[in-house]
Every structure is written in structure tokens, then in C-alpha cells.
Design a binder for this molecule. Sequence first.
Ligand SMILES: *Cc1c(COP(=O)(O)O)cnc(C)c1O
Length: 400
Amino acid sequence: MYKEVIAHIRTLFGTGDEFVPLHAPYFGGNEKKYVLDTIDSTFVSSVGAYVNRFEEMMAEITGAKYAVATTSGTTALHLALIVGGVQPGEEVISQPLTFVATANAIAHAGAIPVFVDVDRDTMGMSPVALKAFLAEHVTMQDGMAINKHSGRRIAACVPMHTFGFPLRIDEVQEICAQYNIMLIEDAAESLGSTYKGKHTGTFGQVGIFSFNGNKTVTCGGGGAIVTDDETIAKHARHLSTTAKVAHPWEFVHDEVGYNYRMPNINAALACAQLEQLPAILDNKRMLADAYNEFFRERNISFVKGIEESSPNHWLNTIILDSIEARDAFLQETNTQKVMTRPIWQLMNKLPMYAASMCGSLSNAEWLEARAVNIPSSYRPGTNNIAITSKTSDLVPQQLP
Ligand SMILES: *Cc1c(COP(=O)(O)O)cnc(C)c1O
């Protein structure tokens, strides 16, 4: 039934009958050079020039004033919640349709996730659903949003830009401001995605990114926090380095800290990857265009994102007509070694979050039954924009 789709995917990736992965990393620049540099200098760990360079590059790419490098997207989100003032026992609003790391980071902070619905076209948090939830369940006390049922403060809101498609983040931002709720964007999947000309992750007080192996660009494992708030940036960096107070030799730590700082060897890989980001995004946009044309002619719904959004096309997504069609598609493609995946099971259906308070989740449920990711890797040899390796301006670190 989906023979033609499978054949087309194979044509796009130039494969015979080999396995087509969902998303493979691509290392076409200075990766080896920079990684070897960290080994030669012995600075492979959490201090090193590449970590600082990575932070500068992330600030430049996103337009945020500050970036803080972390060991993963999950640890970035955990830190963001802490520096955002989320206290154990408080509530954090998120969306049920997300990767489990979003809800886990909320739980790591000791907070309780609450889920509101997504929009069908963005697959990200719906401002309409958020507004309705707050209007129904929240009362303002001393300038704080209090959940009338639990009596707990709603300390933060964590929307997520699903598969790199920007959600209506400006509307979410406005609602959060109205209720004095901290906005922390889970932009783990949306590096390179902009909405109304502004990079995702920079609408909230804090945004986070992931550099895990399956993301648009990777450094093995890593993450970043971005913010315009200097106090937040400094506090996040301090907490990520065991809250150690600067001193030439003494071990002084002034609060419970974390070992969340990105190692230099990973940052080296990250810098090399970020240098290629424009070329990678261009390549992925061309793949999305090719998919769009193919699926349009066959009346299969292909997700394009909303007006005024410029997605990074991390994972291409189709919406099938029913759960039966979805399962048939997953079965046929994976049997034929063309890797496809359903969207995540909703967070409120997982045992650890099953007791969570939820708004109506009809759109999330609708998408859960229909959305499928199709192969989305970088395709070598199909670029408009040439990969240009910047000459590294890094000064080799002096040995102590
Ligand atoms: C990948 C991802 C994360 C976590 O990133 P890691 O680097 O894997 O810890 C968080 N949220 C979302 C939505 C993600 O897709």
C-alpha cells in the first residue's frame, strides 16, 4: 500500500535496499580537528576554550544575550527550572505531547507537571487551551498564580516546539505574563527555527536546547540554556559547576550545585557542528520541500508549520487518517528497513505522570493516533549553501 512512499524515500536518500535511519548525524566540517585539539591539549573536561566558544556561538545564533553550556538538554531544563525559581511542590504547566525529558526535568526539580493541550497545526502548546485552563483553574493571590484545586503555585510554563515547528509562542508569552508565570521554552528540538523572525527559545525568560545524537546538530550529548537575564545566566553557570566559588585553591561551594557543565571535548564537536548549521538547515529545508511536493500530489497530509514560522525541519512529519492507517504505515516502512516512528505516547498516559492534572487533551490525542516521523537526515551532496569551515580563532589552552 505504501510501496510508492517507500520507493520515494529511498530515491531521496539515494539508497538501494539498505536501512534508512530516521535521523543520522552528519560530520562534514572541523569535528575531528577540534576534538583532537582537546586531546592534544589535555583539556577534554569541563574547562576549556571550546566551551566558551560554544556559548558565544549559541548566543550569536539565537540572538540571546547569554548562553550556558550543559551536559544535556534534560540538565539544561532542570537548571532552567531551578534558576527560574521553581520550588519543590510547585506546579509547572507543560504539554502532554512531548518527549519524556520535558516532564522528567520538571519532576527532577521536585515540581508537579500539569498538562494542557496542543494545537494540531504546530503540535506545540495551544495558547487557547492554556488560557482556558488558567481561566478555569487559577486564582491570583499576592501576584502569584494559584491552582484553586491543589492550592499550589503555578511557578512556570514549559511549552515545547515539537519536531522544530514553532508554536504560537508570542501568544503563550502574553498569557504567562498576564498570570505572572515564568516562561521557560523547551527548544530542544528547534535549533535554527524562528517565529516572526525571532529564534525559538528566546521568547521566554529562559530557553533550552539539546545536542543529543538524534538532534539537528549533535555533540554526542550536550545542552544549552539561553537567556537575556544576566543574573539567571550567572546563576545557571554557577550551579552547573558544583556552585564552586572562584578561588585559586580552596574548595568553597555556596549552595547545592550540580555537575552539569558541558565537557570541552563535547564542546569541540558542538562548535564544529554549529559552524555547519546554515548548510545543514538549508539541506533539510530542501528535503522538506521535496517531501511536501510528493505528499501533496498524493493527498497525504505533510506538516509544514504555521505562517510566519521558519522551522528547522528536524523531523519531517506526516498525518495519517487513522490509527489503523498509522499502524499499517509503521509496519510496512519498518519491515522494509525505512525507519519511521509514531509520535510519543502522551505524558499523562505514562505511569509516573498518570495522576497529573490535565485540561482537555483532544488535539494531543488526535495527533498521537496519526502523526508519524519519516527519514529526515542530512543528505550529502544536495546543498545550495556550501559548507564553509571557519578558520578556528581558538587559542590553544596553556597547560597549568
Ligand atoms: C531531546 C529532548 C530533550 C532532552 O535532551 P537530551 O539532550 O536528550 O537530554 C528535552 N526535551 C525535548 C522535547 C527533546 O526532544
